[in-house]
Design a binder for this molecule. Structure first.
Ligand SMILES: [Zn+2]
Length: 544
């Protein structure tokens, strides 16, 4: 040891003196970096000049795992050396800088990757977090079957999962279920055996339509009692409930004795089914169905067809019964300003905000024009800067206008942005002032959420509203629609949460992430052990 050791020390001193202090630093950083190369199958040479080619070859190799691993270790020494030491000169310095940047980017990517990989577990945890007794609740529904190979909860949940996975048709769901690994994963993660959708369809035809609506109401009550939507109320009091009808399907003549029909100018008769929905809308994008009422003719003879306003009277009764103590503010379009609507809301103790078109209630319009001259102080102007655009908003309001014994409050917002001018006019049962006019206008404009986040999402983004899930049975069709509302509610709880939103960076879309999640279900054997570990941890779901 003595002689050999002496020789080694002498050689080392010689080398160090030859290279100088700076050189020594380079070698030490190079050793750190190259050590990483060795781990990842690099050349094993200590020359810093080889760092770049080594990096390039790993990148070109197209093995993302390799590339990531090496970069992580390579960036470590640069981070340590940054403090109180001289900057590297030339190419090495710049390459190290790049590594620091990559490290930051990589960290985020790693977190995103983890969230993405665990998406299906997160969905399962979201369901069990909000509705831990979902299967038991479904089990309480009345089962009218004679043969029972599957539990009623399994059959109904299969229908709900058809919408959760956004399959859009029973056939697509059957194709998915034909994959062995998909079925096994479903059983592992959600504790659910998937029946053939024809079996589910038989149950949907037999199940009374009020049963699933009752289940949906119970689930919404759970969310309200957990204060999920509490922060989105108007003035800290009222929940915004948007009301609107939409077309569910066009049908042929003789479909059933309750179809609505319309005759065109050319004499062509079309048959269809509409539904009226009451949805809780929130500023962050929640659009949760609270009540559903079908607009349909009474069977047999009738003088006038059913319409949206008649259906609203029925829906209000149902909502009043299901949510007796919920402070509601009904937000509706220009079809609704009439005495019947005002009376229904007054009887239920609800507030309301309704779009006020130029043709609506002419006497109220006359009063507004007359009163505008003596209420000049009821004005507010705001300037908003948004995406390099300057938007000027002018608000005006008039309170306490009498209309057949009802006290109405009128307010408008004129928005000017470059060449475009928009005007939003509403009447409400709530009084407006300088402070509240912004929130009131915002609430009125939120009616659009039932169209966009509600009907558009269900029609065009995978849920298949408008598709005939059952051509022959209207009862089955209504039950499928209720399953769709439950599934949409669950998906929103997940998609708007802090477990999903961070994934939507850059050009990433919800549609792609959902496809990715389904891919995981189809091709990866999901670990029950991992789910168990995750379930032990407390889940935290935050909404914007
Ligand atoms: Zn029909």
């Amino acid at each position: 040891m003595g002689k050999t050791g002496m020789i080694f020390v002498a050689v080392l001193i010689y080398v160090l003196s030859a290279l100088g202090t700076a050189g020594a630093r380079e070698i030490s950083s190079g050793q750190e970096t190259v050590r990483t190369c060795n781990r990842t199958g690099g050349s094993g040479q200590t020359s810093p000049a080889e760092l770049e080619p080594c990096g390039e070859s790993a990148r070109q190799s197209g093995i993302p795992g390799k590339h990531r691993k090496r970069r992580k270790s390579a960036s470590r020494p640069s981070g340590r050396k940054k403090k109180g030491k001289k900057k590297k000169r030339g190419q090495k310095g710049s390459s190290l800088k790049k590594n620091v940047g990559r490290k930051k980017g990589k960290k985020e990517t790693k977190r995103e990757r983890k969230l993405k990989k665990d998406m299906i577990f997160s969905l399962s945890r979201t369901v069990s977090h909000y509705f831990p007794d979902l299967f038991d609740r479904i089990g309480e529904l009345e089962d009218c079957r004679k043969k029972r190979h599957y539990e009623l909860a399994e059959v109904i949940m299969a229908c709900v999962f058809m919408f959760i996975f956004k399959k859009g048709s029973r056939n697509a769901m059957n194709n998915e279920c034909s994959e062995d690994i998909f079925r096994r994963n479903c059983e592992r993660i959600f504790g659910l055996r998937l029946p053939h959708m024809d079996t589910a369809d038989k149950v949907m035809r037999m199940l009374d339509e009020s049963q699933l609506e009752k289940l949906k109401t119970e689930l919404v009550r759970v969310l309200i009692s957990r204060k999920t939507f509490r922060r989105y109320r108007i003035s800290g009091t009222y929940y915004r409930i948007a009301v609107d009808a939409t077309r569910v399907m066009n049908v042929g003549e003789g479909h059933c004795d309750r179809c609505l029909h319309r005759t065109s100018k050319k004499g062509k008769v079309t048959y269809f089914h509409n539904v009226l929905e009451a949805k809780l809308v929130c500023g962050n994008g929640f659009c949760i169905s609270l009540g559903t009422e079908w607009v349909e003719n009474p069977g047999g003879d009738y003088d006038k067809q059913d319409c949206e306003l008649k259906a609203f009277a029925r829906l209000a009764k149902k909502l009043g019964k299901d949510f007796p103590r919920l402070p509601i503010c009904v937000v509706a379009d220009g079809l609704y300003p009439n005495q019947t609507f005002f009376r229904i809301c007054e009887d239920q103790g609800w507030a309301w905000i309704v779009t006020f078109r130029d043709g609506n209630l002419p006497t109220v319009w006359e009063d507004v024009v007359g009163l505008q001259k003596i209420t000049e102080k009821n004005m507010r102007q705001d300037v908003i800067f948004r995406r390099d655009r300057t938007i000027l908003r002018a608000y005006e309001w008039i309170n306490n206008i009498d209309y057949h014994g009802f006290e109405l409050n009128w307010f408008e917002c004129v928005e000017e942005a470059e060449d475009e001018t928009k005007r939003f006019v509403y009447i409400s049962s709530l009084e407006t002032d300088w402070h509240s006019v912004l929130e009131m206008t915002e609430s009125g404009r939120m009616r659009w959420k039932i169209e966009n986040e509600g009907f558009d999402a269900q029609k065009n983004h995978g849920y298949g509203l408008g598709h005939k899930y059952s051509e022959v049975s209207m009862t089955a069709m209504k039950n499928y629609c209720q399953c769709m509302q439950i599934a949409h509610m669950i998906n929103q709880l997940f998609e708007l949460s802090s477990l999903f939103r961070p994934l939507l960076t850059g050009k990433m879309t919800v549609c792609h992430l959902w496809a990715y999640m389904l891919g995981e279900m189809r091709h990866r054997k999901l670990s029950l052990k991992k789910l168990g570990k995750l379930m032990e941890r407390r889940i935290q779901l935050r909404y914007e």
